[in-house]
Write a protein of this length. Structure first.
Length: 399
């Protein structure tokens, strides 16, 4: 797709803001069809599917926020003139065509598209069948905004492919693909990695850990655990595992206090065999594989460790490398944890629920990347560009 002037892109987004406001009722009604067809077998997936007035307001706000951000394309990164008089300028440039594969969340159809478009990328949206009606009307809104400003509908396009067709498309794309972002669980990520023939930027599973040190402020620990676990169970930044140092003062009493608090919030508690000695009525895990699992439910696994090093080793072994938190009043210990835990975001005395583009000051996000290349963490507008070298000469040849 050709490079567009910033004002043209912003005019499309202005149109989109008006269209979303005008079509609010139709969007919510289309979403009700999806909700009524959903069997609610997966509560987290159902929660992600809901579009109400608040969600439409958030869609409008996301488009407006991106419209107000500086254009990320064509920014000068470096500018050097060498001894041979070659002028070498490194600038930001669009990826080209981005494919995002996601389940349930219709708001991704807005946030992913607005970010990709403002960064001058074409985007192909492969949403789940459970959100078909919602995604169709949102695509219609995008197409109206594009055509009102003299642009092709091809900039933003839904893919209507079944699983087998998606697999074939990944192997042999019918158009050039420059980047694929699978936004979902382990099965989806492995599916894309297995079949894709271009770059894949993984938006990994959560399976986030929190470590309570023996130097923790217990009140902070409980408040953070409750927030990280119960604020939004469908979020990839929700908490799944808590490791508690056995040397914490009044360890047994505090474990029982935590159990009581979690039960007040209707959280199902699982425990390892060490914690089961203190909380014998709770289900003890029988299989170590559960440490790898992202729950996306009101469920929490509590385990015992004897040191910071054991906590770090456990987290690095089992976590999704998304977010991890330490609760401690010892700043040196906190820095040790944050330096050595291999996650996209590491926290000291704070909830993992902050791993979010809006909460981290990035703005709307395409996904939370758990890859180390090309970017790690929230993929905002400034992360949806690559770079390109412009080399200016006057007949120079290499000798």
């Amino acid at each position: 797709m050709k490079l567009l002037q910033t004002d043209i892109k912003n005019n499309v987004l202005k149109s989109m803001i008006k269209i979303l406001g005008r079509e609010r009722h139709s969007i919510i009604e289309a979403n009700k069809k999806d909700l009524n067809a959903f069997q609610k077998e997966d509560q987290a997936l159902y929660d992600r599917l809901i579009v109400n007035d608040k969600k439409v307001d958030e869609m409008i706000a996301a488009v407006e926020a991106v419209m107000l951000q500086d254009d990320p394309v064509g920014r000068e990164i470096t500018n050097k003139t060498l001894k041979n008089k070659l002028n070498i300028v490194n600038t930001t440039a669009p990826f080209g065509t981005i494919l995002i594969i996601y389940e349930s969340r219709p708001d991704v159809t807005i946030e992913a598209a607005v970010l990709a478009f403002k960064a001058n990328n074409k985007i192909l949206l492969k949403g789940g069948k459970e959100a078909l009606n919602s995604n169709l009307i949102l695509e219609k809104c995008w197409h109206e905004a594009l055509e009102d400003n003299g642009l092709s509908k091809d900039w933003i396009k839904l893919l209507h492919l079944k699983r087998e067709e998606t697999q074939e498309f990944l192997k042999s794309p019918t158009e050039p693909l420059d980047l694929i972002v699978p936004r979902g669980g382990e099965r989806l990520i492995n599916f894309v990695k297995t079949h894709a023939t271009c770059a894949v930027l993984v938006s990994g599973r959560g399976n986030n850990f929190l470590y309570v040190s023996e130097h923790a402020d217990w009140s902070k620990a409980v408040n953070v655990i409750i927030n990280a676990k119960t604020d939004k169970i469908s979020g990839c930044n929700a908490l799944d595992k808590v490791l508690i140092n056995k040397n914490l003062p009044q360890y047994e009493i505090k474990l029982k206090m935590l159990q009581e608090k979690l039960e007040q919030h209707k959280v199902e508690i699982l425990v390892d065999h060490k914690v089961s000695d203190i909380l014998p009525q709770k289900e003890t895990i029988a299989n170590q594989d559960i440490w790898y699992e992202e729950f996306l439910a009101l469920k929490l696994l509590i385990g015992q460790v004897s040191s910071l090093d054991e906590a770090i080793k456990t987290i690095n072994t089992y976590s999704g490398k998304h977010s991890a938190s330490i609760i401690t009043e010892d700043k040196t210990e906190a820095m040790n944890f944050m330096h050595n835990v291999d996650s996209a975001a590491v926290y000291h005395n704070a909830s993992t629920r902050f791993t979010d583009g809006g909460q981290m000051g990035v703005g709307a996000e395409l996904a939370i990347s758990t890859d180390k290349l090309h970017h790690r963490g929230p993929l905002g507008l400034n992360q949806l560009v690559t770079n390109k070298y412009y080399v200016y000469g006057d007949g120079q040849v290499r000798i």
